[in-house]
Design a protein around this ligand. Structure first.
Ligand code: FAD
Length: 380
């Protein structure tokens, strides 16, 4: 096996931190360079399905995270107006006994904080204010160097690009190419339950409607409701991929929907607006001593709620491959194991947009979704 003692990671998102923790537990020295000045996450919810939770369990984080989780009773798809159920699939204890791990809702900030604390405790070096601009492969003893905007250089035996959808590492490896706007925007927000005037069911619920859909679920033991409201748009003029959203515009977009949606939105005080971007599957995920993971190599629409889950799986599988093979074989194996799965979920997420927005044979395709919802819990 190659001597691989030092690893440098670009990006302290969920994927980068999972990789850092898994590699540090193997006894490697890991430095993570993060462009942000502080490690505070933008507040919103994440659905963590059993496949991702099994990885977090292996990383020793399940007990730390449990107090912040909410366990939904059902995964549901409902009609935007009548509230009729197209799909009602049990989660809760059923998911746990069927898949060997629970289905949780977590606040992104809680997951991120627990990961940061675990990394620091394990000995990961986290460098903030560290905007990556490029990398250089050398022939010296530590053959790859990460270059920061302020001139600092971090050298290692392996560079992991976990720097998200606008990855600088991906750009240098495969050329400059802007992500594609997928014709949808998403408002996200979190509402304290004490502000609600409507009873929200304890489910992971998608409300499907023409040209738009709405997702709602509880967070933090049921103290908050998280919402994601998606609307099709042909134009997106803003250069920013994430900006403050207009709550009145959001309420207008979902006026006339089932009271569980329209009344819930009456309690929304603020929201962020995301442009949903994607990329075609990349020709390769690695080159020399550089490898990509998470949104840096397979950004996806959030309509399977699997983007973070795939980044978590990537980090863990990459570390496992590095512990079993030479560097060259490990990177090959990693891509071989991960790319078909991530690509399939990218495609399924895209297909769900048409389903949730009632394009075509909705009822027939809802049945297919029931199978997909079940399928997504199966770990590889
Ligand atoms: P990121 O989280 O983007 O992290 C990248 C990190 O790199 C960031 O910290 C960034 O600051 C840093 N960085 C970027 N550029 C540089 C640079 N040049 N130098 C240094 N650092 C840099 N996923 C789920 O599993 N479940 C869900 O329920 C879910 N819901 C979602 C809802 C919405 C509306 C959206 C938009 C996404 C959702 N996702 C969900 C997807 C999930 O958020 C992402 O797929 C996941 O966060 C990707 O993780 P990552 O670590 O690869 O990238």
């Amino acid at each position: 096996m190659d001597q691989l003692s030092h690893v440098v990671i670009a990006g302290a998102g969920i994927g980068g931190l999972c990789a850092a923790l898994a590699l540090t537990k193997q006894g490697r020295q890991v430095v993570v360079c993060e462009q942000a000045a502080t490690l505070s996450e933008v507040g919103a919810g994440l659905q963590i399905s059993p496949n991702a939770l099994k990885v977090l369990r292996h990383l020793g984080l399940e007990d730390e995270l449990r107090p912040f989780a909410f366990v939904p009773e059902y995964a549901a798809i409902r009609d935007y107006k009548t509230g009729e159920y197209y799909l009602k699939s049990p989660l809760g204890t059923s998911a746990e006994s069927r898949y060997g791990a629970p289905y949780w809702h977590l606040h992104r900030a809680d997951l991120h904080r627990v990961l940061v604390e675990a990394c620091l405790q394990a000995g990961v070096e986290l460098v903030l204010n560290a905007a990556v601009v490029s990398y250089r492969e050398n022939l010296e003893r530590q053959p790859v160097s990460l270059l920061l905007e302020d001139g600092r250089v971090f050298s290692a035996d392996l560079l992991i690009g976990a720097d998200g959808i606008r990855s600088k590492v991906r750009e240098q490896m495969l050329g400059q190419e802007r992500p594609t706007f997928m014709g949808q925007v998403a408002w996200r927000g979190v509402i304290p339950v004490s502000d609600l005037t409507v009873d929200v069911k304890p489910d992971a619920c998608v409300w499907a409607g023409p040209g738009r859909h709405f997702v709602s679920y509880y967070l933090r033991g049921g103290d908050y409701v998280n919402f994601v409201a998606v609307e099709e748009r042909s134009d997106w003029l803003s250069e920013s991929w994430r900006e403050e959203g207009n709550v009145d515009e959001l309420k207008r977009a979902f006026a006339g929907w089932h009271p569980e949606v329209s009344e819930l939105l009456q309690s929304a005080r603020s929201t962020f607006l995301w442009a949903l971007n994607g990329r075609e599957p990349l020709s390769t995920w690695h080159q020399g001593r550089v490898v990509l993971l998470g949104d840096a190599c397979h950004p996806m629409l959030p309509f399977m709620a699997q983007g973070a889950a795939m980044a978590i799986e990537d980090g863990y599988v990459l570390a496992k491959c590095l512990s079993r093979h030479s560097l060259k074989d490990a990177l090959f194996q990693y891509e071989h194991l991960r790319k078909p799965r991530a690509t399939k979920i990218q495609q399924m997420s895209k297909a769900n947009a048409g389903l949730y927005h009632m394009h075509g044979d909705v009822l027939g395709r809802m049945k297919l979704t029931a199978l997909q919802v079940a399928g997504r819990f199966v770990p590889n």
